[in-house]
Ligand binder design. Structure first.
Ligand SMILES: Nc1ncnc2c1ncn2[C@@H]1O[C@H](COP(=O)(O)OS(=O)(=O)O)[C@@H](OP(=O)(O)O)[C@H]1O
Ligand SMILES: Nc1ncnc2c1ncn2[C@@H]1O[C@H](COP(=O)(O)OP(=O)(O)O)[C@@H](O)[C@H]1O
Length: 188
């Protein structure tokens, strides 16, 4: 499929659903022959950003590098789905400012901390509460909510499929394939 590149930047607390949601969306888009690249915080932190920890300074540097990588893929025509806590408004705004107009879309995964902590998919909230992990976002490290995101989604009461379809409909990404069984219910 011919389309121009863009960045979809998922920001939100650990456990809010960024990775799960972006992966499901990427699968739907790839099935439609979109060029999609998934850039995930956990993955980048094992390689390119393995020298960084979770101080405010290191998080800012992490997001700067992630933004630069995302731009490279965007310039090659990919839809880049980026999943980083990216807790600081200023860091997210810098990436937006460095992108051509309307190429950077901020997706605020606004699942409240109570739900994220209830899910605790990696057991990190429990460790943070016990003091085993320091500087944990939402516990003893800040998260600055998006003020005017391009799209906001709270995954508390949505299935992963429902959340993915809301995203795809919002950005009008799959209009050609109205007969897809995944999408039919929202298009009729
Ligand atoms: N102290 C602390 N605070 C927050 N998160 C922590 C911490 N220590 C480890 N982890 C794990 O690292 C993942 C977040 O990495 P990010 O690169 O997205 O963070 S940031 O944007 O630089 O703030 C995050 O992944 P997600 O749960 O997918 O968000 C955690 O698995
Ligand atoms: N609608 C939903 N969207 C995304 N995740 C959901 C949803 N409902 C439940 N979950 C669960 O919430 C957890 C989110 O974890 P994850 O995707 O790793 O979050 P994050 O990347 O923001 O840290 C997963 O265990 C996932 O199965």
């Amino acid at each position: 499929m011919t389309h121009t590149g863009a960045i979809f930047w998922f920001t939100g607390l650990s456990g809010s659903g960024k990775t799960t949601l972006a992966t499901a969306i990427a699968n739907l888009l790839q099935a439609q022959n979109y060029k999609v690249y998934l850039l995930d915080g956990d993955v980048l932190r094992t390689g390119l950003c393995s020298d960084l920890q979770f101080s405010d300074y290191d998080r800012t540097e992490n997001i700067r590098r992630a933004g630069e990588v995302a731009k490279l893929f965007m310039n090659e025509g990919y839809l880049v789905l980026c999943t980083f806590i990216s807790p600081f408004i200023s860091d997210r705004d810098i990436i937006r400012a460095n992108c051509p107009l309307d190429k950077f879309h901020e997706i605020y995964v606004s699942t409240p901390i109570e739900e994220c902590e209830r899910r605790d998919p990696k057991g990190l909230y429990a460790k943070a509460r016990q003091g085993i992990i320091a500087n944990f976002t939402g516990i003893d490290s800040p998260y600055e909510s998006a003020v005017k995101p391009d799209f906001e989604i709270d995954t508390t009461r949505l299935s992963i499929d429902e959340a993915s379809i809301k995203f795809i409909n919002h950005f009008e990404l799959i209009v050609a394939d109205r007969d897809s069984p995944n999408l039919r219910k929202d298009y009729v």
